[in-house]
Design a protein around this ligand. Sequence first.
Ligand code: ACO
Length: 432
Amino acid sequence: MKESAILQIGDQRIELPVIHGSEGGKSIDISGLLAKTGLTSYDPALANTAICKSAITYIDGDKGILRYRGIAVEEFTAQPTPNFVEVAWLLIFGHLPTFSELDHFRDQLTTHELLHEDVRDVYQHIPADAPPMAILSAALNHLACVHKNYLNVDDPESFLEVTASIISQVRTIAAFSFRRSKGLPHMYPDPRLRYCANFLHMMFSSPYQQYEIRPEVEDALNLLFILHADHEQNCSTSTVRTVGSAKANLFSSCAAGVSALWGPLHGGANVKVVEMLERIYEGGMTPQQCINNAKDKDNPFRLFGFGHRVYRNFDPRAKVLREACDRVLPNIDRQDPLLDIARELESLALNDDYFVERNLYPNVDFYSGILLRAIGIPTNMFTVCFAIGRLPGWIAQWKEQNEDPGSRIIRPRQVYVGNTQTGYVPITNREV
Ligand code: ACO
């Protein structure tokens, strides 16, 4: 028997269907509410609203579970050589790739890795200290100017090429913005290198000296990108879906995702975490003062890298990253005093009633910056690296929505609380 919910409004009683997810989640279908009752639902920040059905990523925030297409994220990161490109394929196309599918995808990434010279030329003229996330968002939109043949969103033939272009060129753009900020010559991608190795090469090689790629560093970067690859309907992903719901192309939809990710309450938190740890290291505050400031309701300060809308338990990505920091840093002979400070802060917070009562645990951003620093990535590139990792998720969600025959333009409602009708007053009659 189909389950339903009964809603009583005055004398009117209506039945609303209950939808069941494959992992037991339930949702009341209110899509007919307005038509049946004239009422809208009020859910600021959409904290109780499922905006779509999706088969891509599953999260159980109470148990701390994250799965891509049914596979626990830890299974990918525990592989001897974690492979971000394989995970990207899985998310976008729905199954683990065969050898030939993976080879073909890798070929496509290599074929499309060069940035159009016009795009490169335009960004030669921006200020050297321009924020890399601004460059990334603008450059993704700019790709639409030079790949006009990819703008038909309903052309399945070109989808793989557009996807490969974005995933591949985002690395090139990111490395380009970094080198420009340092006044260093731009390095072209090397088609012989794998995805992450190629990014490291474009970031750190110079025309007269090839950067030596250590396998531990390449694996750590793959692990980082995998952990960021998708996270169902978060702020940036729902932004990509909103833009894509208007049938906007993949370049502009992903550019919008980059803009949302930039915010310090979302992807920008990884920068804030390291700034906070650095402030403690430099003696600007003690770990305990940091905790006290975060608890003080009169202080806007937050313990960055803590708390999550969905996880009311450990974020599984934070667990993997903490272990990765413990493993990778000694392996590459790197000591980072910020890691000790992070551990101390974590322990203080996890034993403090304020954080315990609110179920605030470390999120993905708490340890990711320490691993990125160990790899040699500067702080202003952290959120860009998050974006590189998140792209396959954005593309998979955009594709799922675009292929859904039932998908409609996303257009929420509001509760209007402004003036009731009032007359226009000529400027000469207005009181000061
Ligand atoms: N430090 C101090 N207090 C916090 C923190 C924090 N990091 N996070 C939440 N709280 C408190 C809030 O003040 C609130 O307290 P109250 O009930 O007394 O008013 C309570 O915990 C609930 O927090 P909300 O802000 O309502 O939770 P929400 O789900 O809206 O926000 C968010 C989640 C934005 C992640 C929040 O926890 C936060 O700001 N964290 C710090 C920023 C951060 O790390 N962002 C990265 C998130 S992961 C990602 O986007 C990739």
